[in-house]
Write a protein of this length. Structure first.
Length: 345
């Protein structure tokens, strides 16, 4: 195990420097202590040991557009469709669905976030606000995966209508959050890749997704807010479009689906990376020295002379992950990350 050093969180400006590639003192830890399925049950209070490692951003998440609470006139099973359940079973239901999308300003979840964000800003923390699911995951959760993939070819006009309604809803949240939360960054997700390529052709993304991504990116940048995107799988074919749309920092560059070195070489001057350590094999199967070597590889690959890197878990760290491997990951990220940055000071 590592020694008893307790690391302080980075000041807000140092996280900004990392995202904007302006020579930070070390890569920030963001979503690095992402405790996934079963880990809490496995280790319980022992996970408090990792309190010695910082969360370099203060992260505040909401759950917009809960279809189960929209008082729709038809039956909804479970509120979303990531398995076999469907919220919008027929496009004829779209008008009512759009009509009943709630006003973001009335979301009670924002009240508590406002107070906590104020405390975080008073402590000079970088404030990250957002939600899971944008223009792929959320429609997938409304239409079901099979329906949605067919919709791209048989009902693109309806997809555009849904995306337009979602865009207006999201922009309402962003504008309201900019006023009352004053976030430095916006976090969202769309798992746009599978193990070998993107979930859709780049031309399909350009037609049906990129215009709406671009409007989100433009709104964020007009308000001085960074655009953070989580997307699992192989996103390589879509990286140019995501960069053009305004994504500032991309997570996780999933190992065994994307080639880290080629991604860093091709895109590192145009986008920053929240590089996620592999939770499926590296943290599960290697010894602690192997984990440390992987952390050094990620830092050597993504941390450019001007910065442009933060460090995360690739996804939730799950049950069965050796405790000492989690410790090695966090400890090496801070120690080697600081040492690596000193070379460029």
């Amino acid at each position: 195990m590592s020694n008893d050093i307790v690391w302080a969180p980075l000041p807000r400006e140092e996280v900004v420097k990392a995202v904007e590639r302006r020579n930070p003192v070390r890569p920030p830890l963001v979503m690095a202590k992402w405790w996934g399925e079963g880990l809490g049950e496995q280790y319980g209070e022992r996970l408090r040991y990792f309190d010695r490692y910082p969360d370099d951003v203060a992260m505040f998440m909401i759950s917009p557009l809960d279809a189960g609470n929209m008082n729709l006139s038809w039956q909804i099973e479970g509120g979303k469709a990531h398995d076999s359940k469907v919220v919008i079973n027929d496009w004829a239901q779209l008008d009512e669905f759009i009509e009943k999308i709630p006003d973001p300003r009335n979301d009670p979840a924002l009240v508590d976030i406002v107070q906590r964000a104020e405390r975080a800003r008073a402590e000079d923390r970088y404030v990250l606000f957002g939600w899971w699911g944008l223009f792929f995951e959320r429609p997938w959760g409304l239409r079901g995966m099979e329906n949605l993939m067919v919709d791209y070819y048989t009902a693109p006009d309806m997809v555009h209508r849904l995306h337009e309604a979602l865009t207006q809803h999201y922009l309402g949240y962003i504008r309201h959050a900019a006023d009352v939360i004053q976030p430095d960054g916006f976090w969202t997700s769309d798992d746009l890749g599978h193990q070998t390529s993107s979930m859709m052709r780049p031309s399909t993304f350009d037609e049906l997704h990129k215009p709406y991504y671009t409007r989100i990116g433009s709104e964020l940048h007009e308000r001085g807010i960074h655009f953070w995107l989580h997307s699992c799988g192989n996103n390589t074919p879509l990286m140019p479009a995501l960069i053009d749309a305004g994504v500032d920092i991309f997570h996780p560059v999933q190992k065994h689906t994307m080639d880290e070195r080629s991604i860093a070489d091709e895109f590192g001057g145009r986008i920053s990376f929240l590089a996620g350590i592999d939770v499926q094999h590296t943290l599960q199967e290697m010894d602690s020295e192997g984990v440390r070597a992987e952390v050094r590889f990620l830092i050597d690959t993504f941390d450019r002379p001007d910065g442009g890197m933060a460090i995360a878990a690739g996804n939730g760290i799950v049950n069965g992950t050796p405790f000492e491997n989690i410790d090695a990951f966090l400890d090496e990220a801070l120690r080697y990350g600081t040492e690596h940055r000193q070379r460029f000071q």
